[in-house]
Design a protein around this ligand. Structure first.
Ligand SMILES: CC(=O)N[C@H]1[C@@H](OP(=O)(O)OP(=O)(O)OC[C@H]2O[C@@H](n3ccc(=O)[nH]c3=O)[C@H](O)[C@@H]2O)O[C@H](CO)[C@H](O)[C@@H]1O
Ligand SMILES: [Mn+2]
Length: 363
């Protein structure tokens, strides 16, 4: 992301950001109060920024967060891994040979040792628009207990109710940045708007501050460890509702050819959830922007994909395979009983009254 980083560019960017972010600063919270941050009709830049090549023109230190060499600290003590034993009840690998992450497929001691050396800066993008601000406290407080503990992490909270963002205790290196967005009259506009506003914010700000991005729903709680095992160039979570399906028949992909998100009945690997996804900043930027642009094309053609950005995300990941697939442990739901193969619920979607919490009701 620092492809273009000459000292001049960096100085200009830093100066611009300092002026821009100069609102009111509370001890542990950046509160950005410029209502003009997201002018309604702001155009997106015409060209995608160049994706940094693995060994681009940056020096080693700037690339240190990337997953290249898996170096573990010397003398670390941990349980010996077995070739013969492991999870036998679930498949821990995809057919493109990417890890499929379940409890029991990684050792937190080993994986933390490897990734903490890289010291990545992690951004979490969440939206809390309208009545969804009620979910912030639980999400943030449980996140501080379980999510990327001991890593540098910034929650970027996009909200129309800046004053309803709670103050919470955070460890060193972790903070909250608030970005104002307009209110909405349709929940569909919020879920799709996430793609537009995240694209703009990555361009304007987050690109200079983070190495990884997670996009997440706010109506969830962390119940167990979500750590370095979830990091990769592009990580996507299996939707809890369809992971056991042996055929593609029931996958709720967009099935209308008129939509950009269309997937024919005989194509597809898995059905991924849009409530948790993450990866390298530039890869995430490309995908978030893709979802936004595809939904704009749909809108011009008077169609909205059946599951909004989730449909576009699934279309993209069919042709651009994720480098890690996370089991439904990474997004379960309080609506559903925990089956035998889900050994740990790491994040769970809360039960909510859709009709009450959404501006235009809902399912
Ligand atoms: C678990 C899961 O698969 N979740 C997906 C699912 O529905 P969900 O039922 O989980 O959608 P939802 O109501 O949680 O909306 C998604 C997210 O948008 C934000 N929000 C939404 C409405 C609103 O008025 N204010 C607000 O802030 C908030 O962060 C929320 O968590 O389908 C949505 C698209 O249809 C998204 O793809 C969700 O990621
Ligand atoms: Mn949700």
């Amino acid at each position: 992301m620092l492809c273009f980083a000459s000292k001049y560019h960096l100085t200009v960017c830093v100066a611009f950001l300092l002026i821009f972010l100069g609102g009111v600063y509370f001890s542990e919270v950046d509160r950005i109060r410029f209502k003009s941050f997201f002018p309604e009709n702001r155009d997106l830049p015409k060209d995608l920024p160049r994706i940094c090549p693995e060994n681009g023109d940056k020096n080693e230190d700037q690339n240190s967060w990337r997953i290249t060499e898996l170096i573990m600290e010397k003398g670390l003590k941990y349980t010996k891994p077995s070739v013969m034993k492991g999870r036998m009840d679930v498949n821990p690998v995809t057919n493109w040979n990417a890890p499929l992450v379940w409890e029991g497929t990684f050792d937190p001691v080993v994986i933390d040792s490897i990734y903490k050396r890289m010291d990545p800066r992690i951004a979490v993008i969440v939206f809390a628009v309208g009545k969804y601000t009620r979910f912030l406290k639980g999400f943030l407080e449980s996140g501080e207990k379980h999510f990327m503990v001991d890593f540098k992490l910034t929650y970027y909270i996009f909200t129309d109710h800046v004053d309803e963002v709670p103050k919470i205790d955070q460890a060193m290196g972790r903070k909250i940045t608030i970005l104002p967005v307009p209110s909405a009259t349709r929940w569909q506009d919020v879920v799709l708007g996430r793609m537009k506003y995240a694209t703009i914010a990555i361009d304007q700000q987050i690109r200079n501050q983070s190495d990884y991005i997670f996009m997440m729903d706010i109506d969830s709680l962390f119940h167990g460890r979500v750590g370095a095992e979830s990091l990769s160039r592009m990580s996507a979570v299996l939707h809890r509702g369809y992971y056991k399906d042996e055929t593609r028949k029931k996958f709720p992909y967009e099935r209308r050819p008129q939509s950009q998100a269309y997937i024919p009945m005989d194509e597809g690997d898995y059905y991924y959830s849009a409530a948790v996804w993450g990866g390298y900043l530039e890869d995430m930027y490309k995908l978030v922007r893709y979802c936004y642009e595809q939904s704009e094309i749909d809108s011009k053609n008077n169609i909205e994909a059946v599951w909004q950005e989730e449909s576009h995300l699934n279309k993209y990941l069919l042709h651009n395979k994720p480098t890690k697939v996370l089991s439904p442990e990474y997004l379960w739901s309080d609506y559903d009983r925990k089956p035998e193969d889900i050994k740990v619920v790491r994040i769970s979607q809360l039960v909510k009254n859709y009709a009450e919490v959404r501006p235009n009701g809902g399912h």
